[in-house]
Design a protein around this ligand. Sequence first.
Ligand SMILES: Cc1cc2nc3c(=O)[nH]c(=O)nc-3n(C[C@H](O)[C@H](O)[C@H](O)COP(=O)(O)OP(=O)(O)OC[C@H]3O[C@@H](n4cnc5c(N)ncnc54)[C@H](O)[C@@H]3O)c2cc1C
Length: 417
Amino acid sequence: MGDAGPAMEKQIVIIGGGIIGVSTAYYLTQHHVYNPSIHKIILLEATELAGGSSGRAGGLLASWATPSCLAPLSFKLHSELAEKYDGATKWGYRRVHCADMTFQPPSSSSSQSQADSSPPSIPDSLDWLNKEPITHFTEIGNPTTTAQVDPHPLTHHLASICQSKSVEIIIGASAKSLDYSTDGKSLESVTYEQDGEVKTLNATDVVLSAGPWSPRLFPRIPMYGVRSHSIILEPTSDLTPYVLFPIFKPAISCPSSTPKEQEHKEENSSDTEIDALELYPRPAHPGPHTSLYICGPNDYPPLPSSTSSVPVSSSMIEAIKTASALMSPHIKNGRFIKGQACFRPQIRQHADGEAVGPIVGEVDDVKGLWIATGHDEWGVQNSQGTGYILAGMVWGERVEGIDVESLRPKHFIKKED
Ligand SMILES: Cc1cc2nc3c(=O)[nH]c(=O)nc-3n(C[C@H](O)[C@H](O)[C@H](O)COP(=O)(O)OP(=O)(O)OC[C@H]3O[C@@H](n4cnc5c(N)ncnc54)[C@H](O)[C@@H]3O)c2cc1C
């Protein structure tokens, strides 16, 4: 980063204690301009740290992720962070292989035609998978380009480093409004509610990193909340460090488990379909044993009021269990630990593969309002780069060598009416 200007007194309020808000707080404290006797950093979290997608994500990191202006930087920063704070033990950081594959369930009618074609080459180390139904296997990442973390302990660990650097983290503090100057051209304070009490914090700078809830405070952000379900299992043996993206052809169809869910209006049929899963074996650290995180398909129900009121479909949890059990006896006979769901922030509904966002930077026509959201499926991976570049911007420095122009809010947010 270039040279800083004079250290003007700043009171920075960060809204949201997910991986993006916490990483931004972390890099603000790491900046050479930061002086806790002059500056104040306060993070408001409505429910719990990493209570949303930041605590329920898979945690794949990839140098080839999108956007290309952020991903390689962020991948490198994750590696340095893990080195500095023993991330291998504290948040399960490790380098991994990663592969796309097609899985044809044994009972499907097309299995004979596939059985006639030559079987794909599958690494011997994946001896825990049922290999016969795999019709395609393509490695898309290796330990040079891909790694993984458990994002929940990572977020908590970063938050405790922030607290040791004098960041005040207020849990149960739900921001209710951004308060503007009378001409609307700058931000002056944030009003929040905690335990039924309404309070106002003056701010020179506000970082809005409330994930899919960000538009509730600044409606000009064109955001969707995408829901995904996931399960965590303890498999019957240690699994090799391979993140796998199986596509099921044909999709697995599972009956809805409860009459209540069958009646649910968002479900058109009584079956839940699984056409793809994501599998992330996790090391024993920091948990008590190795585990396997598996997530299922996306849907778009209405965004609930907070991370603590996300509806979990028991049919979807059962369907993920059923489909994943077909892939390995170590999954089928594993111990189910939990099922969960969360919403991740997506700038707009888009076709698979199309990269949109995140938004990182100051709103052009509102001085002091910084946006850091819309990270979609790469928020864990891009959290470190986001925090790093945003911290530089907030402290008034140009970030050398990184083209952040495409991330600026002006490319995404709606014009003021
Ligand atoms: C199933 C799944 C798997 C994923 N896998 C990966 C992966 O492998 N790799 C990867 O890089 N990314 C992955 N992601 C994406 C990643 O999880 C998200 O992009 C990232 O967690 C978003 O972080 P965030 O901090 O923006 O949002 P959130 O985690 O939603 O955090 C926002 C926080 O703001 C708080 N908040 C909301 N409103 C207010 C308010 N008014 N006042 C105060 N606080 C408020 C919330 O309580 C919440 O804690 C995955 C996502 C899902 C759903």
